[in-house]
Write a protein that binds this ligand. Structure first.
Ligand code: NI
Length: 219
């Protein structure tokens, strides 16, 4: 990476931090920092383009579609504006915006393929932060943010086959494990992410077993 590129990364990081600091739904600055660090780790193993990977990791939740009535054009647009302020060349800006536009999970039955290695890396890093101990914490934080019940045994999970169905979902938080989190380990792109996902997935299975045990008063 050149000094100019490093300077852009640092400036964008500061901007993202001030925008997302204190955010309460699990899409805060610390989520971005974890995704950024994980993306750098995967980038090193996969020998991908650091500049693209880091920019996409930093900007991926700058305006998440889940918070804009399902409008998934806001995130890439805001990212583009920031990149053009920093005179990032259009090939890089297009690449970053495309990654941000296509990386989100949009329902169990909706494929979200990533075309480039850089996109696969950022998608993996974001998905790794959605599972395991941190994923569990973020899921309940998001559920609370959306006024969802923790669990309601009368509502079964739905495996959504459209982004609309998935985004309109108002079900309790435990269903989210079955509708998204437990499906993520099989949707990782890179081998390194697949192997990290194993342990995090296992922990969620154990957590749910314990949760239901306590729910039934057996533990
Ligand atoms: Ni994210």
């Amino acid at each position: 990476m050149t000094t100019d590129q490093q300077h852009i990364i640092d400036t964008v990081a500061t901007r993202v931090r001030s925008t997302l600091e204190g955010e309460g739904s699990g899409h805060d600055w610390w989520h971005i920092l974890r995704v950024w660090n994980m993306a750098k780790h995967l980038c090193e193993i996969e020998r991908a383009d650091f500049f693209v990977v880091e920019l996409a990791a930093l900007l991926h939740d700058i305006a998440d579609w889940k918070f804009h009535d399902g409008d998934d054009t806001v995130g890439p647009r805001v990212a583009r504006e920031i990149l053009s302020e920093h005179k990032v060349d259009s090939v890089v800006a297009d690449h970053v915006a495309t990654i941000i536009a296509t990386m989100s999970f949009k329902g169990a039955g909706v494929p979200t393929p990533m075309e480039t290695l850089e996109g696969k890396i950022v998608q993996d890093a974001d998905r790794l932060d959605a599972i395991g101990a941190i994923g569990i914490a973020r899921t309940f934080a998001y559920g609370g943010h959306k006024n969802r019940e923790i669990y309601n045994p009368e509502e079964k999970p739905t495996l959504h086959d459209s982004k609309e169905g998935y985004s309109k979902n108002v079900s309790h938080t435990i269903n989210h494990f079955y509708e998204k989190l437990l499906l993520l380990k099989d949707r990782m792109n890179t081998n390194a992410a697949k192997s990290i996902a194993q342990g995090r997935h296992q922990f969620m299975e154990e957590y749910l077993e314990r949760f239901f045990g306590e729910w039934e008063g057996k533990e």
